[in-house]
Design a protein around this ligand. Structure first.
Ligand SMILES: [Zn+2]
Length: 160
């Protein structure tokens, strides 16, 4: 499960690449590759059809096949980049949904008065230090990363 630090990393990676896959640069590169490839394939077919002997026809045919392969590589690269960006975006959206469902906004780890909120291992709630649910129990101070990663919910009794 991604924690807050990993999420921040994802967000940085996304903003670094969020201009693609529809940046004019990447898009024009893939369009140019397709146009050039199409021209080479048509040229290869035309040349092969007009070739005077088998040797020459084979050469033109190879040019067409090579162009087809290059176009395929260009398109595959573009698709892979797009998929990576979509995956990053989806992870961030999912994480946000999970935090919302878990009852956030709670990446605060202290009460209004500044005393640390407490969590009892094995449970999914965090509490004010004076809550009866954390009396006589082993507890740990809650960190914002824990709230984001677990996810923890606010106790309904002490309402931290
Ligand atoms: Zn409580």
């Amino acid at each position: 499960m991604p924690d807050a630090a990993a999420l921040a990393l994802d967000a940085r990676a996304l903003s670094a690449t969020s201009r693609g896959p529809w940046t004019s640069e990447q898009l024009s590169r893939v369009i140019v590759a397709n146009l050039a490839g199409a021209a080479a394939i048509v040229g290869g077919a035309y040349g092969a059809s007009r070739a005077s002997d088998t040797q020459q026809a084979l050469l033109w045919f190879n040019i067409g096949v090579g162009a087809l392969a290059l176009v395929g590589i260009a398109n595959a690269r573009w698709l892979l980049q797009s998929r990576r960006i979509f995956t990053l975006g989806r992870n961030i959206v999912l994480q946000e949904v999970r935090v919302v469902l878990a009852g956030a906004p709670t990446p605060s780890s202290t009460t209004a008065s500044g005393s640390p909120l407490l969590w009892s291992p094995g449970t999914h709630r965090y509490h004010r230090p004076d809550c009866r649910f954390v009396q006589a129990r082993p507890t740990q101070p809650v960190t914002p990363a824990m709230v984001a990663a677990m996810p923890l919910q606010a106790c309904e009794v002490c309402r931290p």
